[in-house]
Design a protein around this ligand. Structure first.
Ligand code: ZN
Ligand code: ZN
Length: 340
């Protein structure tokens, strides 16, 4: 069996390359030669030594099992997961919420068959999005988590030039939110504590950048919005403090999207927090696949989109890439699986 390189977390704060079999496409699955692998939350697994093989990628179709939506040579962005493609969620574009994910390990006969930190991967053809001419694999790969979750939230909340948007958490997802918000013409506030990321938010066009530990943060947000509050919040930090801030500074009839993963309890008082203010709360994981042509438009037209990528490493330097990811002195980091 032919083998390829795969980046793996091999222990606490340890990552290496290993050899693994190249999976074989069957049915409507195709083989993609991976050219760009964005890092996401893998650094969390690296910090405590849990294996985590990634879920974002862009590359080139090199083999198809049967004629279908993709042909050899197509340049594509790989959407996350392995949903069924048949249920009502999949059919309506909400595949991320599919309840019948394929077991790719079983399907491919390879233990890590669903990983994206690899040189080749298999994916159903309908989960591949064509990359427009003139757009690099790196830039196109931002159609995964770089721009995706906040794009989905802004589609659902109809963010426009009439709005002031608050984004809490300036990691790669929240910073991608600044790009999406500015593309739509909205006034944008970023709440972030790491100086590197505060600076990056300004570079991407944030109109106001605040530190979450600023004791006057609520007052400053209200002053910025004529004492009305913000129209929409996108909570990308995954902290209860930021979730609370969003509820406190959203205007009456405003909307809040929870994007940052968080397993802790948030105390809510139904009347003052929601009923009397008429707030809409939205859970946002990814975006509807039907919005993919719009997100590609953002990638093609935004004048700042490439600034979201702060580091590009050969995949062989996975250890160094995860160290920087964990330091938070970065935005999106991309691995190149074929470079040394
Ligand atoms: Zn499904
Ligand atoms: Zn991701």
């Amino acid at each position: 069996m032919e083998t390829m390189k795969r980046a793996v977390i091999s222990g606490q704060k340890q990552a290496v390359l290993q050899d693994t079999p190249i999976p074989e496409p069957k049915e409507d699955w195709v083989l993609v030669k991976v050219h760009a692998v964005p890092l996401c939350t893998e650094y969390k697994g690296w910090l405590d030594g849990h294996e985590y093989g990634g879920h974002e990628a862009a590359g080139e179709v090199v083999k198809v099992a049967q004629p279908g939506k993709m042909k050899v040579g197509d340049r594509v962005v790989v959407m996350p997961g392995s949903p069924c493609g048949k249920c009502s969620y999949c059919i309506s574009g909400e595949y991320i919420h599919c309840q019948h994910f394929h077991n790719v390990a079983e399907f491919s006969g390879i233990k890590h068959g669903g990983d994206t930190h690899v040189q080749y991967l298999i994916k159903q053809d309908w989960l591949l999005v064509p990359i427009p001419d003139g757009i690099s694999y790196e830039q196109a790969s931002l159609a995964c988590c770089g721009l995706g979750p906040t794009f989905g939230a802004m589609e659902n909340m109809n963010v426009s030039a009439f709005d002031t948007v608050l984004i809490t958490g300036g990691g790669p997802v929240g910073l991608g939110g600044v790009i999406n918000a500015k593309y739509r013409g909205a006034r944008t506030i970023m709440v972030e504590g790491v100086p590197y990321r505060q600076q990056k938010a300004r570079e991407l066009g944030a109109d106001l950048v605040l530190d979450p530990n600023d004791p006057e943060i609520r007052l400053k947000i209200l002053n910025f919005t004529n004492s009305i509050g913000v129209d929409q919040c996108l909570e990308c930090s995954g902290t209860v403090e930021a979730q609370r801030l969003c509820m406190d500074v959203t205007r009456r009839r405003g909307q809040i999207a929870l994007i940052g993963e968080c397993g802790e309890d948030l105390a809510i008082k139904a009347s003052p927090d929601f009923i009397r203010k008429g707030i809409v709360l939205l859970g946002q994981w990814h975006y509807n696949l039907n919005g993919v042509s719009k997100i590609m438009k953002v990638i093609c037209e935004s004048s700042v989109v490439e600034k979201l990528i702060t580091h590009v490493f050969p995949m062989s330097r996975i250890q160094e890439a995860l160290e920087i990811s964990a330091s938070h002195n970065c935005a999106k980091i991309i691995l190149k699986p074929w470079e040394n």
